[in-house]
Design a protein around this ligand. Structure first.
Ligand code: FAD
Length: 411
């Protein structure tokens, strides 16, 4: 006979898990997070979008984030073959936050998790979920193992899977489906950037496009401590048969791009590079009896517009009030109220990601005589406001992107 340990079990203490936990705790529910690692731990995904700020604010976590000395961010700069263009998020079409932060994720995620813990959420680190059982409709059961190998069962009325690339429930319940996007690979590290170039703006992420291959692009995300996150995304297989360590390959590719070569001329590549490939992923459904999938445990598209943490926080903000209603005995239509509502914005980002890689969106971004109103609407997307129905650039976006790209000169 199993007894209930808690109202809600959450797998993973990343941004989706901590924000959902905090929101549910505020709604009066008992929440336990089971996290496989010990924090702080490294995570990729360091450039936030202004849309994130609304969710952090709603979770009452913004003060804790603001108290850290994170790098201020107000926009995105793009460079290609000597051309440079900038978007200031404060010029966006959609009302709301126009600035945010660039964050080393080890610290950022710890701040969110600690804030949730201080509010009363129980977090058990180094507890890895290895099994799940949803046979009993009233009592979900998860099994964790700790570092000594000891197993423990946990029961709750509802489980939220916020395990990110761990994708715990998609794997255990056979929900994984291939992404509509082709597999790509990223190489990344942190450098001591030593940037002294006078016209360089640390308040913006820099996205640079390889001069000869428009589907290869780089990110440069400055932090407040003189270091930067640097990465490159290439088609799967592009690095095969290349000589050198991942760091040497990253360095070599970086100096092929003129703007990065100029900015990072004096930088120190002092940290080994990581690589990750085939990260785009999808699932057949985002919720079922007794569970819902948050953030990267559901669909993950692509890093190019830094949309990952925004989607993770949006999923938490959508799911928390639905879990609350369900636990209070009300009927929730997870398909409409969660899956459809979340996927609407993900599909907007997808249209822009596809148009980025086929070159159309890159043409729009570098069009020098952009109509101010279109620029403001595009700026809203880049700032993460993909769920704003009032923005014409979120509606039938494939067609609109195609029409605008047609009148823009080739890259
Ligand atoms: P995560 O942050 O991954 O957290 C999941 C947590 O679950 C982890 O702490 C993990 O340890 C834990 N976990 C996993 N398995 C288990 C288990 N079995 N049991 C218990 N716990 C478990 N996003 C941005 O917003 N901006 C960017 O600039 C950006 N750049 C990116 C660059 C690259 C190359 C890639 C691949 C992604 C990038 N992303 C970016 C996406 C971002 O990394 C993710 O979208 C974001 O971290 C998702 O948050 P999450 O809370 O869903 O999951």
């Amino acid at each position: 006979q199993l007894t209930m340990d808690t109202d809600v079990l959450i797998i993973g203490a990343g941004p989706a898990g901590s924000v959902a936990a905090q929101m549910l705790n505020r709604l009066g529910h008992h929440v336990v997070i089971l996290e496989s690692q010990q924090f702080p731990r490294f995570s990729i995904g360091e450039s936030l979008l202004p849309q994130c700020m609304a969710f952090l604010e709603a979770a009452d976590m913004l003060d804790a984030v603001g108290a850290e000395n994170f790098q201020f961010k107000n926009g995105a700069a793009f460079s290609h073959a000597g051309k440079l263009t900038e978007f200031d998020f404060r010029d966006k079409f959609t009302p709301g936050w126009g600035t945010t932060f660039q964050v080393p994720r080890g610290r950022f995620d710890q701040v969110l998790a600690d804030t949730a813990e201080k509010s009363g959420v129980a977090i058990h680190y180094q507890h890895k979920i290895v099994a799940a059982n949803f046979d009993n409709p009233d009592l979900a059961c998860l099994t964790s193992v700790d570092t000594s190998g000891a197993a423990r069962n946990w029961t709750a009325r509802m489980v939220l899977d916020a395990s990110g690339f761990g994708r715990v429930l998609p794997k255990l319940l056979g929900l994984e489906t291939p992404s509509s996007l082709p597999a790509r690979q990223a190489l990344f590290t942190h450098v001591e950037d030593r940037i002294t170039t006078p016209n360089y703006d640390r308040d913006k992420i820099l996205i640079a496009i390889h001069p000869d291959h428009h589907h290869i692009w780089y990110w440069l995300i400055p932090f407040s401590n003189g270091r930067s996150s640097l990465g490159v995304v290439v088609p799967q297989g592009f690095l095969e048969n290349r000589e050198g360590t991942p760091l040497e390959m990253l360095r070599d590719l970086t100096f092929q791009e003129p703007r990065l070569a100029e900015l990072l001329a004096d930088s120190r590549f002092d940290t080994p590079a990581n690589q990750i490939g085939g990260y785009s992923a999808n699932v057949s459904r985002l919720a079922g009896d007794g569970f819902a999938l948050l953030g990267n445990a559901g669909e993950f598209l692509d890093p190019v517009f830094s949309s990952g943490v925004t989607i993770a926080l949006k999923s938490a903000a959508l799911a928390a009030p639905l879990v609350d209603r369900q636990l209070r005995g009300q009927t929730v239509d997870w398909q409409t109220e969660y899956e459809h509502a979340l996927r609407k914005g993900i599909d907007v980002f997808r249209a822009y990601v596809e148009a980025w890689y086929d070159g159309r969106f890159q043409r729009i971004i570098f069009e020098p005589v952009q109509l101010a109103s279109v620029k403001a609407m595009v700026c809203s997307i880049l700032a993460g406001y993909a769920w704003d129905d009032n923005n014409p650039m979120t509606q039938r976006c494939g067609k609109r992107i195609a029409a605008i790209a047609e009148i823009c000169p080739p890259l």
